[in-house]
Design a protein around this ligand. Structure first.
Ligand code: NAP
Length: 330
């Protein structure tokens, strides 16, 4: 089968198309014939050897897949061969066939097309978890989403509005992306590479600041979050796209009753996989009934995975990038 492999950490040129044998599923596993997968920023960090659980080489990158059930382990129940599914695979998803644990495979409603299905799992489920389980957004609160035109960003902006946020502010790295963030529901969008975002956020919230901040960027700008976070506000730290993490002083939290919370979908998949099901069910329903839009910014074939990752790494992508693998014909 065609598989993209990383056998050495480094730049996009380290992504190599190889031929690997198709694997047999274990007793509790499912084999999926992939139709498409998506590029996530974590794939880039993993290729660079900078992902929090990276270390083993060679590996296949990719966090999520949409495809057709192709083989079932002996103890698997509730699924049948030929069903359309999405999944979070055990190894990587940049591959013609992939293996996933049964509890991370979800049946796809007929209303959800292949492209939407492949693009949504990681970003919509993470955004939903961040806004519900992690920061516990309440209706009427205000939200700041960094990198708001990206995969997670466009999902989080839409979900925050759906969950009743009074106002959603997005920060982005270019003026073109400001329009994208607004198209997906941000009430305000600012270019944080031009001027400090805290002042713009305070102005947009009449000096009050926001209740929830979703920060996947980190770095030197992280401290700015505290200048525009309201009392009782919560910051979710779930990435470091800038290349480093910010740090937090207890004095920023104590008297203002504010909190900083971490979240990793990878850790949750490993330690509490059952807790993902409510988010998966909710977001699949909202995509099926067209409440949520899945923005596909670019499409590539599997062989061009390096081009796809370069687009994201150079901050030129908007929404999601798809890797097309097969036609989905049964
Ligand atoms: N914890 C979790 O479970 C989890 C799950 C999924 C994703 N994430 C994290 O969420 C973030 C977004 O992931 P995604 O897959 O949806 O990617 P994405 O947002 O589509 O793309 C990454 C974005 O990060 C921003 N960025 C800021 N500084 C950057 C830099 N120095 N180099 C490159 N990009 C930079 C860019 O947006 P601007 O140009 O607008 O700044 C870029 O478009 C990533 O940090 C990822 O690791 C975490």
């Amino acid at each position: 089968m065609r598989t993209v492999e990383v056998s050495e950490f480094g730049g996009p040129e380290k992504l190599r198309l190889v031929d690997r044998p198709v694997m047999e599923p274990g007793p509790t596993e499912v084999r999926i014939h992939a139709v498409a997968t998506s590029v996530n920023f974590a794939d880039i960090k993993a290729r660079q050897g900078l992902y929090h659980n990276s270390g083993r080489l060679p590996f296949v990158p990719g966090l999520d897949v949409a495809g057709i059930v192709d083989a079932l382990g002996s103890s698997v129940t509730g699924l049948s061969i030929g069903q359309r599914v999405i999944a979070f695979p055990t190894e990587g998803s940049y591959s013609e066939y992939t293996i996933a644990s049964r509890n991370l495979v979800y049946v796809l409603p007929d209303e959800v097309g292949w492209e939407e299905a492949a693009a949504m799992p990681t970003v919509f489920v993470t955004a939903h978890q961040l806004l519900t389980e992690v920061t516990r957004l309440a209706p009427g609160e205000t939200v700041l989403v960094h990198a708001a035109a990206g995969g997670i960003g466009t999902a989080a902006v839409q979900l925050a509005r759906y969950l009743g946020a009074r106002s959603v502010v997005g920060t982005v790295g270019s003026d073109i992306k400001m329009d994208i963030a607004r198209d997906y529901g941000a009430n305000h969008a600012f270019n944080y590479t031009r001027e400090p975002f805290a002042e713009m956020v305070l102005e947009a919230t009449h000096g009050r600041g926001v209740d929830v901040i979703l920060d996947s960027v980190g770095g030197e700008r992280f401290a700015e979050n505290f200048r525009c976070l309201a009392p009782y506000g919560r910051i979710a730290v779930f990435g470091n796209a800038s290349g480093s993490y910010g740090s937090v002083l207890g004095s920023e939290l104590h008297a203002s009753c504010r909190a900083v919370l971490g979240y990793s979908m990878g850790t949750t998949r490993r330690l509490r996989p059952e807790t993902l099901l409510p988010s998966v069910t909710t977001v699949l329903g909202l995509v099926a009934d067209k409440t949520l839009k899945v923005p596909i910014g670019a499409r590539y074939v599997l062989e061009d995975a390096a081009l796809a990752q370069t687009l994201m790494e150079t901050r030129q992508s908007v929404g999601k990038i798809l890797l097309q693998i097969s036609t989905g014909e049964k």
